[in-house]
Design a binder for this molecule. Structure first.
Ligand SMILES: Nc1ccn([C@@H]2O[C@H](COP(=O)(O)OP(=O)(O)OP(=O)(O)O)[C@@H](O)[C@H]2O)c(=O)n1
Ligand SMILES: C[C@](O)(CO)[C@H](O)COP(=O)(O)O
Length: 231
């Protein structure tokens, strides 16, 4: 049995700005997508046998050529993404082999620097019997729920709140069932499982698994890369 990794990489990156789609923007001379694929490939205990990557429509051939050298022995499949993240994941899921896969990871191309230990923790939890697993870190701000006019409605107990990252790991059959339904408003895949009444398990994430979202995140990405090169 082995793991398949879906990488939604079809977003435009409007908050980041710039000419190219976000996943193809470079840090340290390589695209965020290449960094993400290399990171997953380095997680040897995850036993990755297949990558399915959802890319901006029209870039399939170019991305296939770009990624060829980084997928190693794993099967590399490229698909055109959709309008929303969930559409891209669903399109990729259709290309995940049915036989021989006991864990499907869904990992944002934009979380390009997730440490190997996080990836392996997620896979181990799925293999250990959890049907849906998410890496999390504590929130460091006080969070408030606000109303339509900006008025504070409540301040939830921060000790019970976490920020959710990727890769998220799933039993393949559950993920297919979750994506067969309505994905409206779903910002991650675990949320679709929650809608089915499934209990989602958390594991420890990492600050390095942050999502490149705004221009200043590129500076943090450069810094992480430089720090890793020094080790
Ligand atoms: N239609 C979409 C939207 C997002 N994504 C992917 O989902 C991940 C998380 O999305 P986000 O970081 O929000 O990326 P964008 O949607 O590109 O960002 P923005 O909202 O700023 O445009 C990214 O790897 C992105 O490429 C995708 O595959 N298909
Ligand atoms: C999947 C995710 O990265 C988990 O935090 C996040 O929900 C993606 O949200 P976005 O609004 O598409 O960036």
């Amino acid at each position: 049995m082995s793991t398949a990794a879906i990488i939604p990489a079809a977003g435009l990156g409007l908050r980041l700005g710039g000419e190219a789609p976000k996943a193809l923007r470079e840090v340290g001379g390589e695209s965020l997508l290449v960094h993400a694929v290399r990171g997953l490939s380095a997680a040897t205990a995850a036993g990755l046998s297949c990558f399915v990557i959802a890319v901006p429509p029209g870039t399939e051939d170019a991305v296939g050529k770009l990624l060829g050298p980084y997928a190693g022995a794993a099967d590399l499949r490229i698909v055109a993404g959709g309008a929303e993240r969930a559409d891209s994941v669903r399109a990729a899921l259709e290309l995940v082999p049915v036989d021989g896969i006991d864990c499907v990871l869904v990992h944002d191309a934009a979380r390009s620097f997730v440490p190997v230990a996080v990836i392996e923790r997620v896979v181990a939890a799925v293999r250990g019997g959890a049907p849906a697993v998410v890496p999390v870190i504590p929130v460091t701000d006080t969070i408030k729920r606000v109303g339509a006019h900006g008025e504070v409605l409540e301040t939830p107990d921060r000790s019970a709140l976490v920020a959710v990252q990727t890769p998220q790991g799933f039993d393949p059959e559950l993920l297919r069932k979750a994506h067969a339904g309505n994905a409206d408003g779903a910002t991650d895949d675990a949320m679709l499982c929650e809608r089915l009444g499934i209990t989602v398990q958390t594991v420890e994430g990492s600050e390095d698994a942050f999502k490149v979202t705004r221009p200043r995140d590129l500076l943090l990405a450069e810094w992480i890369l430089a720090e890793r090169h020094q080790q």
